[in-house]
Design a protein around this ligand. Structure first.
Ligand SMILES: *Cc1c(COP(=O)(O)O)cnc(C)c1O
Length: 347
């Protein structure tokens, strides 16, 4: 399969000819042995006196090996949240264009659309938290510029059926974004392997979940070089600071540690799923491919407060569509999970 649409025709017209801010570190990287008198930095070394690499080339080349995606297909952001914002601002004309999302899902798509005066078309997931493909295809209009899939989905935990996503990827001549924040916990393969095949595909991942770097704010975006170029033009020049770039490189140099944490989290999730089946006020446990479990309980508000009384914070999702009386539990350390389970048994 090889889908090629005219991406330029989707970009906001006023951004087509935008010239990126040309930063000093754009022209000369501090990797080279030179005397740097170009960026008005303080010359005395504090490890942070120089501006960071605006294109994070070292980090991208490590990510490239790890994810099997070419560096020219990668954009890094100040969290995936920044990538969501950049995509909306690149493609959507305020007060005119729309994004499409599938609740219950990650809240930042809507917040970011609202913030940018972009409309939102919501097509609820079905009762198994899968896509209603026919309804989605019917609802698409020429103002629909971006579709945000989340797989594994937050807060439900399941992956979307691959053939459903592919069907829409084929039929929709706008940009399809797949948010894979939890893909490291999933047995499904990443859609990143398809970015060469579909030039309207954007895949997002993050260092915030499996990699244990939520505080560093580092999100990844995999897409075709044309979109990469435009994202680079509109992003703040130094959007990923040196501390975050370095700590991510450090993390990637001991990837076995991350892998063993992921294994532990998955096996704890499976164990907890089994244990929760014996709790009579938990009426349903949704299948999860993520580092959390969504469960239906008898009374979410009551149980939520009960947890808080025991100094345990969970996420109450009861107001979300199809999530009535649902709580979301993140998988903790083995010690935290056993305390959690012991506490639940006392309710
Ligand atoms: C946690 C999460 C993110 C992470 O965003 P960052 O800005 O990279 O921390 C993105 N998408 C979803 C669905 C999430 O749950």
């Amino acid at each position: 399969m090889n889908k090629r649409i005219d991406i330029a025709s989707l970009i906001r017209p006023e951004l087509l000819d935008i010239k990126a801010y040309s930063s000093a570190r754009d022209e000369f990287s501090t990797e080279e042995e030179m005397i740097f008198l170009d960026a008005n930095e303080n010359p005395f070394n504090t490890k942070l006196n120089r501006y960071p690499d605006p294109y994070q080339s070292k980090l991208k080349s490590r990510i490239s090996e790890l994810k099997n995606v070419d560096s020219k297909n990668i954009v890094l952001g100040n969290g995936s949240d920044e990538i969501i914002d950049l995509l909306i601002r690149l493609f959507c004309v305020p007060y005119t264009d729309k994004i499409m999302t599938f609740p219950p899902t990650y809240g930042m798509y809507k917040v970011t659309a609202d913030l940018n005066a972009i409309g939102i078309q919501e097509v609820l997931l079905d009762e198994n938290f899968q896509l209603k493909v026919d309804e989605i295809l019917e609802r698409i209009t020429k103002e629909t510029k971006l579709i945000f899939f989340c797989s594994p989905n937050n807060p439900s935990g399941n992956t979307l059926y691959r053939e459903d996503v592919i069907r829409i990827l084929h039929q929709f001549d706008g940009i399809v974004v797949i948010d894979e924040a939890y893909s490291d916990f999933s047995t499904e393969s990443s859609f990143s392997e398809l970015v060469e095949d579909y030039n309207n595909l954007v895949v997002m991942q993050t260092f915030s979940k499996a990699y244990g770097l939520a505080g560093a704010r580092l999100g990844m975006c995999f897409t075709n070089p044309f979109i990469v170029d435009y994202l680079n033009k509109i992003k703040p020049p130094y959007n990923v600071n040196s501390l975050s770039q370095n700590i991510a490189l450090e993390k990637l140099s001991s990837i076995e540690k991350v892998e063993s944490q992921i294994k532990s989290i998955i096996s704890e999730r499976i164990k907890l799923e089994g244990d929760l089946k014996h709790i009579d006020w938990i009426t349903h446990i949704y299948p999860s491919q993520a580092n959390f479990l969504l469960v239906k309980v008898d009374d979410a508000n009551k149980r939520y407060k009960q947890f808080l009384d025991h100094r345990i914070v969970v996420r109450n999702r009861t107001t979300q569509p199809n999530c009535e009386n649902c709580l979301r539990f993140t998988i903790g350390t083995p010690e935290e999970n056993s305390t959690f389970l012991e506490t639940i048994k006392t309710f």
